[in-house]
Design a protein around this ligand. Structure first.
Ligand code: GDP
Ligand code: MG
Length: 194
């Protein structure tokens, strides 16, 4: 690939953001979109939708690694906060993988509990910059200045014990490969502005 192609590809890096149902309920659509715009990123696709379980199931990875990571998040938060529980008795699962599957199911239910805003974003380092603006997964660990740090206060402990997903306002693609896959499932080609 010559440098002009490289340059074009680089300047047109794209990523997917979803404003989750809690973001819509909180009336944060405008605030969230403006945070990406003011960083200089371009909105190249936008819509409000009600997702089906099928679509959300397609959206979130099914790899063992990703599912076990969800289970490990759960275990780590509980350990750090000294929360005692019995996986089998309280949650009906035997291992990290099945715990991850359970959290994934809570997540699908949450994403289908209300409307979602889908946003395709373009710009230099779009994937990384968007993740930086969004902030880390756990609201109480997200620094001020990030969207999650400024607007999300849900506790992963409360979420785990209430058997539901953490409400952290936003989904943002984790890497370029994920972004390409996710953009394809949420937008038709002709819905994205060139
Ligand atoms: P993200 O990329 O920052 O959104 O985080 P992940 O891809 O790791 O997880 C996907 C989503 O699952 C998160 O945004 C949360 O809504 C939810 N989630 C992640 N970890 C946990 C957890 O330990 N407990 C609960 N209840 N939900 C979680
Ligand atoms: Mg993720």
């Amino acid at each position: 690939m010559d440098i002009n192609n490289n340059l074009k590809k680089f300047k047109k890096e794209r990523t997917l953001v979803l404003i989750k149902p809690d973001g819509i309920e909180r009336g944060l659509i405008g605030e969230i979109i403006s945070r990406f715009e003011r960083a200089g990123l371009k909105i190249v696709g936008l819509g409000i939708v009600r997702a089906t379980k099928n679509l959300i199931d397609k959206h979130y990875p099914k790899t063992r690694e990703w599912i076990e990571n969800l289970g490990n998040n759960f275990i780590k938060t509980c350990q750090e906060n000294n929360i005692k529980y019995d996986l089998k008795k309280d949650f009906g699962v035997n291992d990290v993988y099945n715990l991850g599957l359970l959290v994934r199911k809570w997540l699908i239910d949450f994403m289908c509990s209300g409307p979602i805003v889908k946003i395709a974003i373009e710009g230099n380092h779009a994937v990384e910059v968007v993740r930086k603006i969004v902030g880390p997964t756990l609201p109480y660990k997200a620094p001020p200045g990030t969207i999650r740090g400024d607007f999300a206060i849900d506790s992963p402990i409360v979420a785990n014990l209430e058997k539901r997903a953490i409400k952290n306002l936003i989904h943002a693609s984790g890497n370029i490969k994920e972004a390409q896959y996710e953009l394809k499932i949420w937008f038709r080609k002709d819905e994205l502005i060139d």
